[in-house]
Design a protein around this ligand. Structure first.
Ligand code: HEC
Length: 462
């Protein structure tokens, strides 16, 4: 780092540290007293922006938080949920290490958290009721496409209706994993080779919305050679996450003779439900090819045996009341631009970490995910923060399995645990959404990054 850059970085750091004292209207450090917060002025807008999309009737969230009465009733639990950053849920990236700039980070700012806790501590005053906006009108999730209505993508070019599955009223978790010929589940014929630019998943009806834990969808070309690369991952959806947008210079090839693979994880809700799911697919215009074929999600197993293609992690054996760490190394043969990261573990999940060892020898943590089995989030990097990994970079994928009572999800600390699909068995892989970039373009990306000074970049391999 040059001296000038160093000083600039230092002054930004100092400004950041000083910021609460200079600009926070809430907290007066002189008197150590907090200004009075009201629901109408301070709290309702935070809930409207960050909570009610899930906390309204007809969703998987346990209560609505749309009115003063509703929010006040749960005030103590809300205070705790926001202070511990349990809510909004789904974001368990370690905040102390790795990249922090993401497009879909739902977490509250420190200031928003301070506002809510102060309001609860002050006895939840309402303020001027005329300033409170009435609750929004919600449409059930199965009635609209978010990309169409909120992101102006227009109606989807293709709609896929997955095979249905009858979830019994009472039993353990259910999995449904059909492979289906794409042409048999499309709402209209797909002609020739087309490129996907975005994809969204929605429940088929209201009841279905209650039984889905998550939905993973893949595409397997009928032909053996897969010109779009990748290991077949297409999209995944879970509570709070509906769509995937590929980087806007990239797409994924789709052809009518492809197979579509589904992995639906469902849970019973006390009544029988025929679980239905639909996918909306937005294509690049006919005849247009994106600059890059994205591989999108590519899996990096933390077990060596899985990494070299053995069907099971023969090296996964977690002792009762103990830990196991698995770590595997992958050498990139191409330059890669990483646009997202997603972990995958089960109930013994502790944490997962991705590191890069650059060709110049520098080692850097890309991200660490503190695992929570309830939420399977794809973390999408800001464009300016997407890791750029030159060919020759070694990717280190590590996962720590925690089979002790310190792990709140642990169902039984006295079991030996091995690899398996059920949540009581374990898995450990991390997916990067990635696109291979040719040398010349990659060099340009590195230089553009350097110019933007967003973050230090590796010296490309020579
Ligand atoms: C992505 C959807 C989603 C969003 C956004 C969300 N929640 Fe939740 N919330 C849930 C679900 C699902 C549960 C029940 C399961 C759980 O506790 O994880 C829940 C549970 C809760 C609970 C009960 C926890 C307890 O004590 O058992 C509180 C309180 C809560 N949410 C508050 C909030 C607040 C405040 C916000 C906004 C700052 C928020 N939530 C945003 C989905 C969401």
């Amino acid at each position: 780092m040059t001296r000038q850059k160093g000083l600039a970085a230092l002054s930004i750091l100092l400004a950041a540290l000083a910021w609460p004292q200079f600009t926070s209207a809430q907290v007066s450090f002189a008197s150590n007293e907090v200004r009075e917060m009201t629901y109408a002025d301070d709290v309702a807008p935070i809930f409207r922006e960050n909570c009610v999309t899930c906390h309204h009737p007809g969703t998987a969230a346990p209560m609505a938080l749309e009115t003063y009465e509703q929010v006040r009733r749960y005030a103590t639990r809300i205070r705790q949920a926001v202070e511990t950053r349990a809510m909004p849920p789904g974001w368990y990236l370690d905040r102390t290490v790795g990249i922090q700039e993401f497009k879909n980070d739902p977490t509250l700012t420190d200031e928003q958290i301070a506002t809510i806790t102060a309001w609860v501590d002050q006895g939840t005053p309402m303020g001027d009721p005329s300033k409170i906006q009435p609750p929004q009108a919600w449409r059930p999730a199965h009635e609209y496409w978010q990309l169409e209505e909120e992101l102006n993508y227009g109606p989807p070019d293709l709609i896929v209706t997955a095979p249905t599955y009858l979830v019994p009223a009472a039993s353990g978790d259910q999995w449904f994993e059909p492979d289906v010929a794409l042409s048999s589940i499309l709402d209209r014929p797909l002609i020739g080779e087309r490129w996907i630019r975005a994809i969204e998943t929605r429940p088929g009806d209201q009841q279905s919305a209650y039984v889905f834990h998550h939905v993973n969808v893949g595409l397997r070309p009928a032909a053996t050679e897969n010109t779009s690369g990748g290991d077949g991952g297409l999209t995944d959806a879970a509570v709070g996450k509906r769509f995937d947008l590929y980087p806007n210079d990239s797409g994924k090839l789709i052809r009518a003779d492809d197979m579509m693979t589904f992995s639906l994880h469902l849970y019973p809700i006390g009544e029988e439900v025929e679980a239905k799911v639909q996918l909306g697919i937005w294509l690049w215009p006919e005849g247009e090819t994106p600059k890059y074929a994205t591989r999108d999600e590519t899996s990096f197993n933390s077990g060596e045996s899985a990494s070299i293609g053995l069907p099971r992690y023969t090296d996964m054996l977690i002792p009762p009341n103990g830990y196991q760490e698995l770590r595997a190394y992958f050498v990139l043969r191409e330059n890669a631009r990483i646009h997202s990261i997603r972990g995958h573990m089960h109930l013994r999940g502790g944490y997962q970490m991705m590191e890069a060892i650059y060709p110049d020898g520098r080692r850097e943590v890309i991200n660490k995910i503190n695992w929570n089995h309830l939420w399977h989030t794809t973390h999408v990097y800001e464009d300016s923060a997407q890791p750029l990994l030159p060919k020759g970079t070694v990717i280190v994928s590590s996962s720590l399995m925690d089979n002790t009572s310190d792990n709140p999800s642990n169902p039984d600390v006295d079991q030996w645990v091995v690899y398996g699909r059920r949540s009581v068995s374990e898995m450990a892989h991390i997916r990067f959404g990635m696109t291979y970039i040719p040398d010349e373009d990659f060099q340009e990306m590195l230089e553009a990054r350097e110019r933007a000074q967003a973050r230090p970049v590796p010296i490309a391999s020579r």
